[in-house]
Design a binder for this molecule. Structure first.
Ligand code: C5P
Length: 219
Protein backbone atom coordinates (compact mmCIF):
# COMPACT_ATOMS: atom_id res chain seq x y z
CA UNK A 1 0.00 0.00 0.00
CA UNK A 2 1.35 3.34 -1.03
CA UNK A 3 0.82 6.31 1.27
CA UNK A 4 -2.28 7.76 -0.40
CA UNK A 5 -3.69 4.63 -1.96
CA UNK A 6 -7.31 5.64 -1.26
CA UNK A 7 -7.01 9.22 -2.50
CA UNK A 8 -10.21 10.33 -4.20
CA UNK A 9 -12.31 7.58 -2.60
CA UNK A 10 -15.16 8.11 -0.15
CA UNK A 11 -15.33 5.45 2.53
CA UNK A 12 -18.39 5.11 4.77
CA UNK A 13 -18.00 3.05 7.93
CA UNK A 14 -20.62 2.08 10.52
CA UNK A 15 -19.31 1.38 14.01
CA UNK A 16 -20.24 0.58 17.58
CA UNK A 17 -23.45 -0.75 19.08
CA UNK A 18 -26.94 0.69 18.72
CA UNK A 19 -29.15 1.47 21.69
CA UNK A 20 -32.87 0.84 21.38
CA UNK A 21 -34.94 2.81 23.89
CA UNK A 22 -37.33 1.05 26.26
CA UNK A 23 -38.33 4.17 28.19
CA UNK A 24 -36.68 7.56 28.85
CA UNK A 25 -33.92 6.01 30.97
CA UNK A 26 -33.45 2.47 29.65
CA UNK A 27 -32.36 0.77 26.47
CA UNK A 28 -31.44 -2.55 24.87
CA UNK A 29 -27.81 -2.54 23.74
CA UNK A 30 -24.71 -4.69 23.37
CA UNK A 31 -21.03 -4.72 24.31
CA UNK A 32 -19.59 -3.57 21.00
CA UNK A 33 -16.78 -1.08 21.69
CA UNK A 34 -16.59 0.52 18.25
CA UNK A 35 -12.81 -0.03 18.17
CA UNK A 36 -12.73 -1.95 14.88
CA UNK A 37 -14.73 0.75 13.10
CA UNK A 38 -12.64 3.62 14.49
CA UNK A 39 -9.42 1.80 13.52
CA UNK A 40 -10.76 1.31 9.99
CA UNK A 41 -11.72 4.98 9.79
CA UNK A 42 -8.27 6.16 10.87
CA UNK A 43 -6.48 3.76 8.51
CA UNK A 44 -8.67 4.80 5.56
CA UNK A 45 -8.02 8.45 6.38
CA UNK A 46 -4.25 7.81 6.53
CA UNK A 47 -4.54 6.40 3.02
CA UNK A 48 -6.08 9.62 1.75
CA UNK A 49 -9.77 8.67 1.68
CA UNK A 50 -12.62 10.95 2.61
CA UNK A 51 -14.09 9.11 5.61
CA UNK A 52 -17.65 9.23 6.89
CA UNK A 53 -17.85 7.41 10.21
CA UNK A 54 -21.34 6.71 11.53
CA UNK A 55 -21.09 5.47 15.08
CA UNK A 56 -23.56 4.29 17.68
CA UNK A 57 -22.88 5.09 21.35
CA UNK A 58 -19.19 4.38 21.92
CA UNK A 59 -16.47 5.79 24.12
CA UNK A 60 -14.05 5.79 21.16
CA UNK A 61 -12.80 9.16 19.97
CA UNK A 62 -10.69 10.36 17.10
CA UNK A 63 -8.79 13.59 16.62
CA UNK A 64 -8.39 12.97 12.90
CA UNK A 65 -9.82 16.06 11.22
CA UNK A 66 -10.34 14.18 7.96
CA UNK A 67 -12.87 11.87 9.56
CA UNK A 68 -16.42 13.14 9.44
CA UNK A 69 -17.95 11.60 12.59
CA UNK A 70 -21.71 11.28 12.92
CA UNK A 71 -23.03 9.98 16.23
CA UNK A 72 -26.33 8.14 16.26
CA UNK A 73 -28.19 6.12 18.87
CA UNK A 74 -30.61 3.62 17.34
CA UNK A 75 -30.51 1.34 14.30
CA UNK A 76 -33.14 3.45 12.59
CA UNK A 77 -31.07 6.60 13.06
CA UNK A 78 -28.01 4.77 11.74
CA UNK A 79 -29.94 3.64 8.66
CA UNK A 80 -31.17 7.15 7.93
CA UNK A 81 -27.70 8.63 8.38
CA UNK A 82 -26.11 6.04 6.07
CA UNK A 83 -28.56 6.89 3.31
CA UNK A 84 -27.85 10.60 3.56
CA UNK A 85 -24.44 9.76 2.08
CA UNK A 86 -24.82 6.45 0.29
CA UNK A 87 -24.95 7.75 -3.30
CA UNK A 88 -21.52 9.36 -2.88
CA UNK A 89 -19.85 6.35 -1.27
CA UNK A 90 -17.23 4.23 -3.05
CA UNK A 91 -16.53 1.77 -0.25
CA UNK A 92 -19.02 0.87 2.50
CA UNK A 93 -17.83 -1.04 5.55
CA UNK A 94 -20.43 -2.18 8.09
CA UNK A 95 -18.65 -2.92 11.35
CA UNK A 96 -21.50 -1.81 13.62
CA UNK A 97 -23.12 -4.35 15.92
CA UNK A 98 -26.65 -3.28 15.16
CA UNK A 99 -29.35 -4.47 17.57
CA UNK A 100 -31.51 -7.02 15.79
CA UNK A 101 -34.68 -6.00 17.63
CA UNK A 102 -36.11 -2.85 19.21
CA UNK A 103 -39.02 -2.32 21.60
CA UNK A 104 -42.24 -1.93 19.62
CA UNK A 105 -43.23 1.05 21.73
CA UNK A 106 -41.08 3.39 23.77
CA UNK A 107 -42.77 4.15 27.12
CA UNK A 108 -43.22 7.89 27.59
CA UNK A 109 -42.56 7.66 31.33
CA UNK A 110 -40.09 5.56 33.26
CA UNK A 111 -41.54 2.06 33.66
CA UNK A 112 -42.34 1.36 37.33
CA UNK A 113 -41.47 -1.95 39.00
CA UNK A 114 -45.02 -2.68 40.08
CA UNK A 115 -45.51 -6.13 38.64
CA UNK A 116 -43.61 -9.36 39.21
CA UNK A 117 -42.98 -9.76 35.54
CA UNK A 118 -42.69 -7.40 32.63
CA UNK A 119 -43.06 -8.17 28.96
CA UNK A 120 -41.54 -5.93 26.33
CA UNK A 121 -42.57 -6.64 22.78
CA UNK A 122 -39.71 -6.37 20.31
CA UNK A 123 -39.87 -5.83 16.57
CA UNK A 124 -37.14 -6.50 14.03
CA UNK A 125 -34.83 -3.61 13.19
CA UNK A 126 -33.99 -2.77 9.59
CA UNK A 127 -30.89 -4.56 8.31
CA UNK A 128 -28.75 -1.58 7.33
CA UNK A 129 -26.13 -3.51 5.37
CA UNK A 130 -28.73 -5.61 3.55
CA UNK A 131 -30.48 -2.40 2.52
CA UNK A 132 -27.14 -1.03 1.28
CA UNK A 133 -26.71 -4.24 -0.73
CA UNK A 134 -30.16 -3.89 -2.27
CA UNK A 135 -29.48 -0.30 -3.30
CA UNK A 136 -25.95 -0.97 -4.53
CA UNK A 137 -25.02 0.73 -7.78
CA UNK A 138 -21.22 1.14 -7.80
CA UNK A 139 -20.37 0.74 -4.10
CA UNK A 140 -17.92 -1.91 -2.90
CA UNK A 141 -19.54 -3.38 0.21
CA UNK A 142 -17.81 -5.04 3.14
CA UNK A 143 -19.67 -6.77 5.97
CA UNK A 144 -18.65 -8.40 9.20
CA UNK A 145 -19.81 -11.71 10.62
CA UNK A 146 -19.50 -12.97 14.16
CA UNK A 147 -20.54 -16.59 14.27
CA UNK A 148 -20.53 -19.31 16.90
CA UNK A 149 -21.32 -22.25 14.62
CA UNK A 150 -20.87 -23.15 10.95
CA UNK A 151 -18.79 -20.00 10.82
CA UNK A 152 -17.56 -20.11 7.24
CA UNK A 153 -20.80 -21.34 5.76
CA UNK A 154 -22.81 -18.65 7.55
CA UNK A 155 -20.34 -15.92 6.60
CA UNK A 156 -20.48 -16.93 2.93
CA UNK A 157 -24.27 -17.11 3.17
CA UNK A 158 -24.35 -13.49 4.36
CA UNK A 159 -22.07 -12.40 1.53
CA UNK A 160 -24.68 -13.69 -0.92
CA UNK A 161 -27.83 -12.71 0.97
CA UNK A 162 -26.72 -9.13 1.58
CA UNK A 163 -25.19 -8.70 -1.89
CA UNK A 164 -21.71 -7.95 -0.49
CA UNK A 165 -18.35 -7.94 -2.22
CA UNK A 166 -16.42 -9.07 0.82
CA UNK A 167 -17.06 -10.33 4.35
CA UNK A 168 -14.80 -10.35 7.38
CA UNK A 169 -15.32 -13.24 9.76
CA UNK A 170 -14.38 -12.66 13.41
CA UNK A 171 -13.69 -15.81 15.28
CA UNK A 172 -15.18 -16.04 18.74
CA UNK A 173 -13.29 -19.24 19.44
CA UNK A 174 -9.96 -17.53 19.45
CA UNK A 175 -8.66 -15.93 22.60
CA UNK A 176 -8.47 -12.15 22.17
CA UNK A 177 -10.73 -11.99 19.12
CA UNK A 178 -14.02 -10.17 18.63
CA UNK A 179 -16.02 -7.55 20.39
CA UNK A 180 -14.39 -5.79 23.33
CA UNK A 181 -10.75 -6.72 22.83
CA UNK A 182 -8.00 -4.59 21.35
CA UNK A 183 -7.03 -7.52 19.18
CA UNK A 184 -8.85 -9.46 16.52
CA UNK A 185 -8.39 -12.58 14.41
CA UNK A 186 -10.12 -12.59 11.07
CA UNK A 187 -10.78 -14.52 7.90
CA UNK A 188 -11.76 -12.67 4.74
CA UNK A 189 -14.05 -14.09 2.07
CA UNK A 190 -15.01 -12.84 -1.35
CA UNK A 191 -17.05 -14.93 -3.77
CA UNK A 192 -13.88 -16.60 -5.01
CA UNK A 193 -11.22 -16.08 -2.37
CA UNK A 194 -10.50 -16.91 1.23
CA UNK A 195 -7.67 -15.58 3.40
CA UNK A 196 -6.89 -16.31 7.01
CA UNK A 197 -4.98 -13.89 9.25
CA UNK A 198 -3.21 -14.19 12.60
CA UNK A 199 -4.27 -12.55 15.85
CA UNK A 200 -3.31 -8.87 15.59
CA UNK A 201 -4.12 -5.46 17.00
CA UNK A 202 -7.28 -3.92 15.59
CA UNK A 203 -5.15 -1.23 13.92
CA UNK A 204 -3.19 -3.92 12.07
CA UNK A 205 -6.40 -5.78 11.24
CA UNK A 206 -7.80 -2.55 9.77
CA UNK A 207 -4.75 -2.27 7.53
CA UNK A 208 -5.14 -5.91 6.40
CA UNK A 209 -8.81 -5.32 5.58
CA UNK A 210 -8.09 -2.18 3.55
CA UNK A 211 -5.17 -3.87 1.75
CA UNK A 212 -7.60 -6.58 0.72
CA UNK A 213 -10.24 -4.07 -0.40
CA UNK A 214 -7.66 -2.20 -2.47
CA UNK A 215 -6.48 -5.42 -4.11
CA UNK A 216 -10.09 -6.23 -5.04
CA UNK A 217 -10.68 -2.77 -6.48
CA UNK A 218 -7.55 -3.02 -8.61
CA UNK A 219 -8.88 -6.44 -9.54
O1 C5P B 1 -26.81 -10.73 9.89
P1 C5P B 1 -25.71 -10.29 10.80
O2 C5P B 1 -26.17 -9.36 11.87
O3 C5P B 1 -24.86 -11.40 11.34
O4 C5P B 1 -24.75 -9.50 9.79
C1 C5P B 1 -23.66 -8.81 10.27
C2 C5P B 1 -23.32 -7.69 9.31
O5 C5P B 1 -24.49 -6.96 8.94
C3 C5P B 1 -22.40 -6.68 9.93
O6 C5P B 1 -21.60 -6.16 8.89
C4 C5P B 1 -23.37 -5.65 10.50
O7 C5P B 1 -22.76 -4.38 10.62
C5 C5P B 1 -24.47 -5.65 9.47
N1 C5P B 1 -25.81 -5.36 10.02
C6 C5P B 1 -26.46 -4.17 9.72
N2 C5P B 1 -27.73 -3.95 10.21
C7 C5P B 1 -28.36 -4.87 10.96
C8 C5P B 1 -27.71 -6.08 11.27
C9 C5P B 1 -26.44 -6.29 10.79
O8 C5P B 1 -25.89 -3.31 9.04
N3 C5P B 1 -29.59 -4.63 11.42
Amino acid sequence: TSAKSLEGKTVLITAGPTYEAIDPVRFIGNHSSGKMGFSLAEEASKRGAKVILISGPSSQTTDDKNIELHKVTSAREMLNKVFEFYDRVDIGIASAAVADYAPKEVAKEKIKKNDDSLTIELVKNPDILKTMGEKKTHQFLVGFALETQNEEENAKGKLEKKNLDMIVLNSLRDEGAGFKNDTNKIKIFTRTEKKEFNLKSKDEVAADILDFVEAQLLG
